[in-house]
Design a protein around this ligand. Structure first.
Ligand code: C2E
Ligand code: CA
Ligand code: CA
Length: 264
């Protein structure tokens, strides 16, 4: 990994690399709910850094930096392991519930030749049913550039029942043909759309059209960043199936997540 280092003598790189080594990262969980009745049907795992001096740091403090310096591959593997271990620990509680844990995966991970095999062997070793896992990929120009390399991994994962979500959909680059080509199963509607739903009536039509398209392509949709009952009501009115946001619950550590959002 050292050859990926951009700036020589970069202290931040050394600090992050040491933190990965010491496993100072943790996952918080944010509920994903059914819009119609608010029932929790899954969660998104979001990375946090338990910094020895600065306390708990949000993703903005290290994800972009790790993407730039290449550490995201090592960090992403650790976080994926954590997420799968969590699914295993939840075990019987999830059986028959259809609960899905969404995990963010960097394009840099998706484009590695053995990525799908790694995920599938971990699921197998931990005896976790692949239907409980959905991997989120953010639509960026990079995805478009490496589409050939990621396609094989995505298709293999999908063939085994792992879900694939396009994150921040609508913010950028995904073409309709790409959704088909990559066998995407879920669209996560960018928060920007949700915030504009209330103010800009035209956006409601755009989102309603997107939902119709998604239904036609057999894709599920999660509206992101839902903060107000008014937004939730509009989403229900245009039959958006799933949502996530502060209205339903903020990302929290495992223990409060279990207490508030998991049965028993
Ligand atoms: P994202 O995947 O789009 O995650 C959603 C972000 O929106 C999270 O920020 C979440 O805390 C925040 N959020 C959720 N609901 C609301 C809401 O109602 N209102 C507002 N204003 N914000 C809301 P967070 O946790 O800081 O993560 C930021 C980004 O970092 C994520 O965006 C994702 O792209 C990246 N990230 C987080 N964890 C991981 C990871 O394990 N691996 C990778 N590769 N990226 C990650
Ligand atoms: Ca995400
Ligand atoms: Ca997102």
């Amino acid at each position: 990994m050292r050859e990926l280092r951009i700036v020589k003598g970069d202290d931040r790189y050394a600090e992050l690399a040491a933190a990965v080594e010491r496993h100072e990262f943790d996952l918080h969980f944010q509920p994903i709910v059914r819009v119609a009745d608010g029932k929790v049907v899954g969660a998104e795992a979001l990375a946090r850094w338990n910094h020895p001096v600065q306390g708990i740091l949000g993703a903005e403090a290290f994800i972009d930096e790790s993407e730039r310096n290449g550490l995201i591959v090592a960090l992403g593997s650790l976080l994926l392991m954590d997420a799968l271990s969590q699914l295993r620990a939840w075990g019987e509680r999830l059986q028959g519930t259809g609960f899905v844990l969404n995990v963010n995966v960097s394009v840099r991970q998706f484009e590695r030749p053995g990525f799908a095999a790694l995920v599938l062997s971990l699921l197998d070793a931990l005896e976790v049913d692949p239907i409980h896992l959905c991997l989120e990929i953010t639509e960026t120009a990079e995805v478009v550039r490496s589409i050939e390399r990621i396609r094989e991994n995505l298709q293999r994962l999908r063939a085994h029942g792992v879900g694939i979500a396009v994150d921040d959909f609508g913010a950028g680059y995904t073409s309709l043909s790409m959704l088909r080509e990559l066998d995407i199963s879920v669209l996560k509607l960018d928060r920007l759309f949700v915030t504009r739903l209330v103010e800009i009536p035209h956006d409601r039509k755009v989102v309603a059209a997107l939902l119709a398209m998604a239904r036609g392509l057999d894709l599920s949709v999660i509206a992101e960043g839902v903060e107000t009952p008014e937004q939730a009501e509009i989403l229900a009115g245009i039959t958006c199936p799933l949502a996530q946001g502060y209205l339903y619950g903020k990302p929290v550590p495992r223990e409060p997540f279990e207490r508030r959002h998991l049965r028993r």
